[in-house]
Ligand binder design. Sequence first.
Ligand code: PGA
Length: 251
Amino acid sequence: MRRPLVAGNWKMHGTRASVTELIEGLSQQVLPADIDVAVFPSSLHIAQAVQGLSGKAVKVGAQDCAAQVEQGALTGELATSQLVDVGCEFVLVGHSERRLILGESDEAVVRKFAAVQAAGLIPVLCLGETREQREANTTLDVVGGQLAAVIDALGVESLSGAVVAYEPVWAIGTGLTATPEQAQEVHAAIRAQAAHFDAGVAAGLRILYGGSVKAASAAELFGMQDIDGGLVGGASLNADEFGAICRAAGN
Ligand code: PGA
């Protein structure tokens, strides 16, 4: 029913040469036919990835976008219409590095989410708690609040066709992965929150897990009932490792 998605977030990594190499490696991977695969290069390398992966079963997304759809006087930003033009299909919205290091508010995240959908792109809405918040037992409140910001402003229908990624901040880039049970608990809560408004939207919503996903941990995570794939950072920079993670998501 829900088609798994494995997404590779390349973050602020890469040169033209290393991206060429990574694309080449990805092109050689045997990918399952029953999942979607996407990579999110730096903005500088989006066009290169779109071109290099054309004809392959790997889609391309952007890591961020402007909150306004229209192009205009906004130095340094990228309009979602420009991302469409260059060949993107997805956009990450509200990654914790943007929320916590760059100060992106729930309000900005909501505006970006809307701008992505207005351009006909698929938002991947990132949610997650910090270590302090988990230790204070506020994980479900924090994640629920981040999701509520979008549902309250844009309606639960906005989640139809969108993707959510649960990424505990303490697991990102740390080598610490949430246990499958820890992740499943939050994924189930996210789905229940959407189901409170619309059971159909909730049942179709793809919820990815992110945070130190590796080939060795992927199958167990993806085997959980409400985990529909992964958002992979570090391991997505290695084509063989990423390919193995994709294969773990297939049937
Ligand atoms: P990681 O990053 O896999 O390197 O932990 C995940 C992410 O931030 O999307």
